[in-house]
Write a protein that binds this ligand. Sequence first.
Ligand code: MRU
Length: 350
Amino acid sequence: MERHIRYSDKDNALVLLDQRYLPTREDDFYCRNTQDIIYALQTMVVRGAPAIGVTAAYGCVLAAMEVAAEADWKTALAHKLEEIAEARPTAVNLRWGVERMKKLWAGNSGLDNAALVALWLAEARVVHREDIEINRRMGAHGATVISDGDTIMTHCNAGALATAGYGTALGVVRGAIDAGRKGITVIANETRPFLQGARLTAYELKEDDIPVTVACDNACGLLMRRGMVQKVVVGADRVAANGDAVNKIGTYSVALLAREHGVPFYVAAPLSTIDRNMPDGDSTPIEDRTPREVTHVGETQITPDGVPVYNFAFDATPSELIAGIITEVGVLRAPYKESIAKAFKEAGIE
Ligand code: MRU
């Protein structure tokens, strides 16, 4: 599935499949300026770390168009880029996308506004295309840890919808099937409160005819104890320099249960999600979202008026619980500090 993020030259707009309403409605959301991009990111019209990175890249293009008529358009643009980078705090790909565009601008600082827009639009298209290719490579590497007959548990949605296409964790599932593994099935944890697993993972796997069963988040222990899970594969919003992986709230609990039951727990993440400046998972900023996502299901209130709730959107899984980090350059193993540094060196990234 690749139709969920597309740039329309006709409308000068980024067109997003609105993930708030899936699977029951397939509405498009048009981003025509910076405010639309920030709104789409914050309300999760688009979500998932790599998809956020691609959106940020196109967001820079829209921001540049928006300031074209201003006398000091460069200062205005720098301000807007920072606003985009700060729209959500946890997924490092958001800032990564903006920084990539800024670096390109710095190397071409003499361009006028129209030329910068053209350069950035071409670059955003590269970022978009590259992400799909990276996910496919990740899927091929990930296939090596998957066996015939495996039931793979995943948490949240780290699929095509969370990327430009193919997916990270679900890319591993797709990669295993593409590599000829037989009898692969998926358990999608429903992932309260935004229900990315129940709504989005189930939606896109069903669309691809990949067998998927949705389970309540709190069924995880029972399913593992009954031997119904052979592998766990999740995505990540940020992987720290020591290999700790920050992902959707509840991932840490799944990893602990996996260790207790001897189920290998893998993280699938591109190198753009690895933040070598972040020493460990506990140092990573954790997004604290609106209480309404917890107090309501749709329009229905499910908690008494005035009772406070926690709505931390992510947690950190310590690297010692991770059997391997599946990247586009191979499956990294502990000790992660060393294997991460080696992977960047081999990929030629400073
Ligand atoms: O809040 P979300 O839906 O943006 O969180 C997404 C996740 O936690 C994903 O697992 C992660 O971004 C990896 S996506 C390939």
